[in-house]
Design a binder for this molecule. Structure first.
Ligand code: C2E
Ligand code: CA
Ligand code: CA
Length: 670
């Protein structure tokens, strides 16, 4: 793929070499030309000098001949010039510029008597000849002239030799320059290829990186055109961080390479034109060209992509070997299809991401295909995330309280709707969003947890609940123990115990009137730390209960080490009553009682469940059968309708049940 990308771009290496060679050639040409011109000027000047010297020698030897008008002697003197072939013609002239003797070499034309201009210049040059004149003197008197004409042929021949030499040297220099450039070019090309590699390839897995992924997806979409289909699978490892944190980054990298290898095997077996990229720490992407250019129905494309996602999950199911460890890795996969779900790279990636998060939120180790509802959910989630920060400041949060009822001693036979012994209430937070309306905690607690807002939010819940319980005590003379839910992050907050104690001091609520609920899964996350935490709270006199019991993996050996007074059987088991929920509830109740804990059944909705729970010995119940979660004022009204709050419960209050008379708007209901 890299090569394909490379050839599309102009190569720096080629450009550098061409520019260098052209530059060197131009410089050499100019230098050579200047050298030759300079050489011509120098040679010409030397020739002029030489011919003048010769003319002077002839002149000196011709003095007597001129004085005595001896033509023969003058001719003899000129005859000596025959030894120098370039001197083509010469003549000795009298002072009156009459020829005394003339000499010609071969066919050359004779020299003419010097005219005034010639005498002034002393030499005259044409393209092919040089003619000089020297006066001949005797006793300081000009008695004649010697004129010599020399051919420039030799000079040109010399110049030609020189030019040949210059050009040869130039060519040699260019050759050397070319070799140097070629080496440079190789170096530049290598550097370029390396840069290209770094820019497109992830160094850990040697897969195309995010940058290359974007380019490749673009290419695939283009290739698919109008008719074809492309499946984009985004894959995020569910527990990679744990591996990295516990086994170190080296092992983390090795795991990523092994995962990459398995994914590539899946792609090969699937027989699809697909490419695997690593686009983030533990995120991979697969671009699968589902049909090439050919047309394919959306349902066939979806089936192909789903099949690939399933194969991926299956391929990751087998353990990975790292050192002596067997590592189990799961992934959440999001699938988005071109052109069905989106038509451009950004939207397609965003949709696959949305689907991937959907799969992750649905309990991980799963694949999900994008739907437009997911998109709406994702938008809503973003909205919730953005607005939650202001919700606290703008006092948009409020608490609803759901009664917990003591079951033993209830007279269930006398009325279809049971009377209630009100033991306490659980505080459940709601958010009255100015535009959306009331939002339940199921939607925003997780967001608050992720953003860290849960700490101030939890603190607000705690303070408000304690204030309310203290007010019921003070103003209504009602003692209602209030239960407050603790989130995972709150449980890890080292300042938690101190915060709880100062809220109690501030609100004047006795510690035994507060109960904290911690879910089973949070409790088992860090057993030793939680034992210390719960111990500190217990010593302060605060009650503790395990929420959603049965949904996590409690180690029973540890359970008795926690200073816990209550177990809350998760609603899902009560829902399965009558049915298989009965056995589970029975077992939990027996076990809790043997550990000296009380049991609360959550989500009691009908009298039959109540009867079964009572029969199984369940201590407390909470659910729509008694009351939905109510705002403080409505709860007060509900309580008034029960005959006597503390332990005495009258039959007249029993008809309230699942439909509270002064209930919250239905959207408040949990
Ligand atoms: P949870 O602690 O298990 O609370 C019980 C949930 O069951 C409540 O939902 C309640 O309205 C609902 N419920 C009670 N009786 C019935 C019933 O008979 N039938 C059905 N179908 N549901 C019933 P809600 O209020 O939506 O709260 C959901 C979860 O949000 C809570 O589960 C709890 O985990 C969390 N949450 C609520 N308030 C807070 C809070 O202040 N802090 C933290 N950290 N979590 C909270
Ligand atoms: Ca709870
Ligand atoms: Ca619960």
């Amino acid at each position: 793929m890299n090569l394909a990308l490379m050839t599309q771009r102009p190569r720096l290496g080629h450009t550098v070499v061409r520019a260098n060679m052209v530059g060197a050639g131009a410089a050499l040409t100019i230098a050579g030309f200047l050298l030759i011109v300079f050489q011509f000027i120098a040679l010409h000047a030397a020739l002029v000098r030489d011919v003048h010297v010769q003319a002077r020698i002839i002149g000196a030897n011709s003095v007597a001949a001129l004085l005595f008008n001896d033509r023969h002697a003058a001719e003899e003197t000129l005859g000596a010039l025959g030894a120098s072939p370039p001197l083509r013609a010469a003549g000795v002239f009298t002072a009156l510029r009459k020829p005394l003797a003339l000499y010609q070499h071969g066919e050359a034309a004779p020299v003419r008597a010097p005219d005034a201009a010639m005498l002034r210049e002393e030499d005259v040059s044409t393209l092919t000849t040089l003619e000089v004149v020297e006066p001949v003197e005797s006793e300081r008197r000009v008695i004649g002239y010697v004129v010599i004409r020399s051919s420039l042929f030799d000079l040109y021949m010399q110049l030609l030799g020189y030019a040949v030499l210059t050009v040869s040297v130039g060519i040699g220099a260019m050759g050397v320059a070319y070799l140097v450039c070629a080496r440079m070019r190789r170096a530049v090309l290598q550097a370029e290829a390396h840069l290209d590699y770094l820019a497109h390839i992830d160094s850990v897995t040697e897969l195309p990186n995010r940058h290359a992924f974007n380019e490749r997806l673009q290419v695939s979409l283009k290739r698919a055109g109008q008719a074809g289909a492309v499946g984009l699978l985004l894959l995020d490892l569910d527990n990679f961080k744990v591996v990295n944190d516990t086994l170190g980054h080296n092992n983390g990298d090795r795991l990523l390479r092994q995962v990459a290898r398995r994914l590539n095997e899946v792609i090969e077996q699937a027989n699809l034109r697909a490419v695997l990229c690593r686009i983030g720490g533990d995120e991979f992407a697969i671009i699968a060209e589902l049909s090439g250019r050919a047309s394919i129905t959306p349902s066939d494309a979806a089936e192909l992509a789903d099949g690939l996602a399933k194969r991926i999950l299956a391929a990751l199911a087998a353990p990975f070997a790292l050192d002596l460890h067997q590592i189990y890795v799961t992934a959440s996969v999001g699938v988005s299809l071109y052109p069905h779900d989106a038509r451009d790279v950004q939207a397609l990636t965003r949709n696959a991401d949305t689907a991937m998060y959907y799969a992750k939120n649905r309990g991980k180790n799963a694949a999900a295909s994008f739907t437009s509802e997911m998109d709406q959910q994702a938008r809503r989630r973003l909205r919730v995330e953005a607005d939650l920060r202001r919700a606290l400041d703008r006092e948009e949060l409020l608490l609803a309280y759901q009664p917990q009822v003591r079951l033993q001693g209830l007279d269930t036979d006398s009325a279809t709707v049971p009377t209630a012994h009100v033991h306490g209430v659980e505080a459940l937070v709601r958010w009255r969003h100015p535009e959306i309306g009331v939002i339940g905690p199921g939607e925003f607690i997780a967001v608050a947890e992720e953003t860290g807002l849960i700490v101030p939010l939890g603190q607000w819940v705690l303070r408000t609940a304690c204030q309310q319980a203290a007010r019921w005590m003070r103003e209504d003379g009602v003692t209602l123990r209030v239960s407050v839910n603790l989130s995972a992050r709150q449980a890890r907050d080292p300042a938690l115990v101190q915060n709880v104690l100062s809220v109690l001091a501030e609100t004047g609520l006795p510690p035994h009137m507060l109960e904290l609920e911690i879910t089973e899964s949070v409790l088992m996350e860090d057993i030793e730390a939680n034992i210390a935490l719960l111990e500190a709270l217990h010593v302060a006199g605060i009650s503790l209960s395990i929420d959603d019991f049965g949904t996590g993996y409690s180690s029973l050996a540890y359970l008795q080490r926690f200073p816990i007074q209550k177990l809350k059987i998760d609603r899902s088991f009560v829902q399965r009553m009558p049915g298989d929920g009965e056995a589970i509830a029975g077992a939990v109740i027996a076990m809790a009682h043997s550990l000296k804990m009380e049991v609360v059944a959550e989500g009691v909705e009908d009298p039959e469940q109540l009867a079964l729970l009572r029969k199984a010995g369940c201590d407390l119940g909470q659910g729509y059968l008694f009351s939905r979660p109510l705002q403080a004022e409505n709860l007060r009204a509900w309580l008034k309708r029960q005959d006597g709050v503390e332990n005495a419960v009258s039959n007249t209050a029993s008809d309230d049940g699942a439909a509270p008379t002064a209930a919250l708007p239905t959207s408040f209901v949990g």
